[in-house]
Design a protein. Structure first.
Ligand code: ADP
Ligand code: MG
Length: 702
């Protein structure tokens, strides 16, 4: 178990350095919040000019405090922060939160200040949260710490929330009461000078107080670490995240197809997906889903029942459920009979079950019990439209009670009456998730079901192939300078060293040699321009297919040379690539590639290939190294998977062979991170693996 952040979340004593006796200041608010929320440890305000703050004794300096201090929250002016950290060291404080802003986020001067701060923390072996953050919360009964300066009272629950944006944390805390979002722990990590999202998420992995983890991120501190940590955590508890600011400068300069197809958001998207983190696009979605995970059981299957007193919302819910991949449960005859006995004659006892507006609290409660007990039902969406004559709180409580008793996944939807949600939550501490939108409830159940499947899915295993790394190293050594594409003959050798099926290729330096090579290969052949600066060969008219004989070869080559002259590119021609003309008929042209991101490392890409890759954009990315499960998933994820499996009487290509080659490429970039861009396009896969061939390839050295 990772206990590194215990001093932050479970401190026995806190010093608030920069606490203030002036109402309205952050130093006044934060100390006030700690007191109002009922902090269960010892509290020490530190302020050289005050004797008492919020009616408790204040200390002139940290060193004046006799007791041990577990956590120091610093909210001084930015130029006093470093000396304050020195004092913390003297006082042997090991956990420090710096609320103060004016560091990295303000530019050059702040960057230096932050570096100095980090250096001190390292030297003193302290842990630091912030700077430029909002503080910390732990709602657990024996801690009761609200160490933030945010207005509003935290509600207790099982959600852990780590936020990079302070402002967002604040706006969230304002809505929690209204929407019944129960936090267990909250940490605002600000500039992430030391403690990052990775460390926090990892800390919560085994923390029994946190059932579900939420994160608001603007950047990844360390994408590789994020992947590693979240892969483990998501197998234990759900992680839901928002990633704002969808930009990454990493791959802007890429000239390969793979590089061009990786968008600014590809790294984030791939990281989330590969680590099992559920990505959402709004704060509302994040907390709706989080409270569903926190308060409801995971559904065993995907069959839902919708119970309502109003037809319209039920139809929309059924549509949304189907859209999200859920099924509308077929209620058993026994269930329908039981319902009949309690509802008004006009009511519908088929799913969606419509009790109609006259339904009382007792009827709603009983109906909930009956539908949830049906063995064809895995989850329930229990909707309450505004009833005309009854007490809504009362009805909601009846529904909630029956839902609790069912032991199944259930979400209660109280439409257009948010105040009811807060009221029910207050009166009934153990209640199902209360939503204000039935469609969101359907979506949340579908995400929970997907998560259940994910958690049960097999973990992948790495696979190593026996390859010739020495051969590749030898080739790399020949290149004295980086940043360029390798010669085709070297690419050819590298692929052979990794046992990837590049088509037989000969490089001819003149026409005479072309004729010789073509005869060796056997007509029909393909001729392509060869030159370090002629990497996109079709673009310069440099690819000629299906050449039948010597005469045609001579004519074709002179025609290509003439065309290059016209574009003043003939100086770049170093020769011709000759290959057998491969019949693609029963094969599919795919692309397999890799591109290196500065922080995340290599992204592998697989998809529909050929000269139109950038038009169809039917590709899927994964971060290397991939395991066998990843490789399978990539192939399945592209839209053209159906084409690979064979449509209209065509045979399926050898899918296993695709997976094998994906793993080999993953091994290549893991062994040789200096390859920054690789395109194998087209990589033609056929039903017979022995006829599957790479027809074109380029590799760039970083
Ligand atoms: P580039 O990508 O540099 O323009 P390619 O070598 O990929 O050039 O050739 C372009 C297209 O020509 C390929 O997508 C493929 O359809 C076809 N092609 C290339 N080489 C062969 C070959 N040896 N046999 C059959 N068709 C080929
Ligand atoms: Mg190509």
């Amino acid at each position: 178990m990772n206990n590194d952040l215990n001093k932050f979340f479970y401190p026995k004593s806190i010093a608030v350095i920069g606490a203030s006796s002036k109402p309205g200041t952050l130093g006044w608010e934060l100390l006030g919040n700690l007191m109002k929320f009922g902090y269960n440890g010892k509290l020490f305000p530190v302020n050289p000019k005050a004797d008492a703050i919020h009616s408790i004794k204040a200390y002139k300096s940290l060193l004046e405090i006799k007791d041990e201090v577990d956590l120091a929250i610093i909210m001084l002016g930015k130029h006093l922060v470093l000396s304050s950290v020195d004092e913390c060291n003297k006082k042997k404080v090991k956990a420090v939160i710096v609320i103060t802003a004016g560091f990295k986020e303000v530019g050059e001067e702040g960057v230096t200040l932050e570096q100095d701060l980090i250096a001190k923390i390292k030297k003193y072996r302290m842990k630091l949260v912030g700077p430029n953050c909002m503080g910390i919360i732990n709602t657990k009964g024996d801690v009761l710490m609200n160490g933030t300066f945010i207005k509003g009272t935290p509600v207790a629950g099982g959600i852990g929330f780590v936020s990079q944006s302070g402002a967002l944390g604040a706006s969230v805390l304002k809505i929690i009461e209204k929407y019944d979002i129960g936090f267990s722990q909250f940490l605002s990590i600000g500039n992430k000078a030391d403690v990052s999202e990775n460390e926090t998420i990892d800390y919560w992995k085994d923390n029994p107080d946190v059932n579900v983890i939420t994160a608001y991120l603007e950047s990844f501190s360390d994408p590789k670490e994020f992947l590693k940590v979240c892969k483990e955590v998501t197998k234990k508890k759900p992680v839901i995240a928002i990633k704002a600011a969808k930009t990454s400068a990493g791959m802007k300069a890429a000239s390969s197809h793979t590089g061009a197809l990786a968008s600014a958001d590809t790294v984030a998207e791939t990281l989330f997906e590969q680590s099992g983190v559920i990505r959402v696009n709004s704060v509302e979605d994040m907390f709706n889903l989080a409270k569903a995970f926190d308060r409801a059981k995971l559904p065993e299957g995907k069959r839902v029942v919708v119970l309502t007193n109003a037809g319209g919302p039920a139809i929309l819910t059924v549509d949304e459920a189907a859209n999200c991949g859920l099924e509308i449960a077929e209620l058993s005859e026994k269930t329908r009979k039981k319902l009949r006995e309690i509802v008004v004659p006009e009511a519908s006892v088929h799913n969606p079950v419509d009790l109609l507006p006259p339904a009382t609290a007792q009827v709603y409660g009983k109906a909930t019990e009956i539908v949830m007990a049906d063995e064809n039902v895995d989850a329930g969406i229990l909707i309450l439209g505004p009833p005309l004559m009854f007490d809504t709180v009362e009805i909601t409580k009846y529904i909630s009670e029956a839902a609790n008793k069912s032991g199944k996944c259930a979400i209660v939807v109280v439409m257009s009456q948010d105040e009811i949600i807060a009221e029910v939550a207050k009166q009934m501490p153990v209640h199902p998730p209360l939503f204000n939108s039935a469609e969101k409830a359907a979506w949340a159940i579908s995400e929970m079901y997907k998560y259940k499947l994910y958690r049960e899915s097999a973990e992948g295993k790495p696979k190593k192939f026996n390859v010739n790394t020495k051969g590749v190293r030898g080739i790399i050594r020949k290149y004295k300078q980086g940043g360029l594409y390798l010669d085709f003959n070297d690419v050819y050798d590298i692929l052979n060293h990794y046992k990837m099926p590049i088509v037989e290729t000969r490089i001819a330096r003149n026409v005479q040699q072309s004729l010789y090579d073509a005869n060796k290969i056997g007509f029909p052949v393909v001729a392509k321009v060869f030159g370090r600066e002629l990497v996109h060969k079709s673009d310069v008219g440099g690819v000629a297919l299906n050449i039948q004989d010597e005469e045609e070869l001579i004519n074709t080559e002179s025609r290509i040379i003439a065309a290059l002259k016209e574009k003043e590119l003939d100086m770049k021609l170093e020769g011709f690539i000759l290959q057998p003309f491969a019949k693609i008929e029963d094969g599919v042209e795919t692309i397999l590639g890799a591109v290196k991101d500065a922080k995340a490392g290599h992204l592998l890409m697989f998809g529909l290939g050929g000269i139109f890759v950038e038009v169809f954009k039917d590709v899927k990315f994964k971060i290397a190294p991939l395991n066998d499960v990843d490789a399978k998933a990539v192939v399945k994820a592209i839209k053209s998977y159906e084409i690979l499996k064979g449509v209209r009487g065509k045979k399926s290509v050898d899918i296993e062979f695709i997976e094998e080659n994906i793993l080999k490429l993953s091994q290549l970039v893991t062994d040789f991170p200096e390859f920054t861009e690789i395109d194998l396009n087209p990589f033609v896969f056929s039903p017979n693996r022995n006829k599957s061939r790479i027809l074109d390839a380029r590799i760039k050295l970083g």
